[in-house]
Design a protein. Structure first.
Length: 89
């Protein structure tokens, strides 16, 4: 699947503390998708344990968008596309 780069909707990041992930929506090729970024991935990007994850998420938006694009290409049929460390470039 050759998707265009995900564009993250900046109004959607939600810190799901119970599941240790940031949930957000993004758009590619005219379609909207739901994503979940595990805290472990955010930690790998930031080099620090996320104590305030949403600002870290926003700071690393370009890398997260690229990882989201890879995760979507890996499995586009998920209800919520989960981004893992394997999706980092």
């Amino acid at each position: 699947m050759a998707e265009s780069q995900i564009t993250i909707d900046p109004t959607t990041p939600f810190d799901n503390v119970d599941n240790r992930q940031i949930e957000f929506s993004g758009e590619a090729s005219g379609e909207t998708y739901d994503f979940a970024l595990q805290y472990d991935v955010l930690e790998a990007l930031a080099g620090t344990i996320p104590t305030d994850p949403v600002p870290l998420f926003q700071r690393h938006g370009d890398e997260i968008a690229a990882a989201a694009t890879r995760a979507l290409a890996r499995d586009p049929n998920q209800g919520r596309v989960v981004i893992s460390e394997n999706d980092l470039g």
